[in-house]
Design a protein. Structure first.
Length: 191
């Protein structure tokens, strides 16, 4: 079975090495890991947009995958990477299993408070609000309710939360390996 490996890991300076480590772990669990390597995509014709080529290559890889594992560790703010979340939604839309992990164990609301995004508590509504007076979800989820519930509905389990050391935030593969174990259990039940 092929596993699409999504996350902001592709932006790391050592993205190729991280992708190789993930593919090796996949192999140990009986999967073939598909790690998007954006750096390998180069325009073939003058004027061809590299970003469009990256999108098409990743979409093709997603379509070939049997399931996906998503690194939903907060990226450039208190939420998961937007591109990773898009890819998760695409796999869900294709009817494929999805598993996710975060190397930050705190709830979304707690992360928003730390980032100074939660600026006011509305006692009448019993909700926290941001600077634009928008409600901040407080369901105890790792991220937006759509992400957490997509994993439950289409993978059979909640997001794996692991508290990595700050210096290892995007290199700690403990949660990733836990997702591989969950994927093995889920796919062996459906065979």
């Amino acid at each position: 079975m092929k596993v699409y490996l999504a996350g902001p890991d592709v932006f790391l300076p050592d993205a190729i090495a991280v992708g190789q480590r993930k593919r090796e772990l996949c192999s140990r669990y009986g999967f073939e890991g598909l790690f998007p390597s954006d750096n390998d995509v180069n325009p073939a014709a003058p004027g061809e947009r590299r970003d469009a080529l990256i999108y098409r290559a990743n979409e093709d890889m997603i379509r070939r995958a049997d399931l996906g594992i998503f690194n939903l560790t907060p990226f450039r703010g208190p939420n998961a990477d937007a591109g990773t979340v898009f890819e998760l939604g695409l796999l869900v839309g294709l009817g494929k299993r999805v598993f996710g992990y975060s190397n930050v164990a705190d709830d979304l609301l707690d992360r928003c408070k730390r980032a100074d995004d939660a600026v006011a508590f509305d006692p009448a509504a019993k909700v926290w609000r941001d600077a634009n007076h928008m409600m901040i979800e407080n369901f105890g989820n790792a991220d937006n309710l759509m992400i957490d519930n997509a994993l439950i509905e289409h993978g059979g389990c909640q997001i794996v939360r692991h508290r990595a050391r700050p210096e290892d935030l995007f290199h700690d593969l403990t949660g990733f390996e836990m997702c591989l174990r969950l994927a093995v259990a889920a796919t062996s039940k459906s065979i």
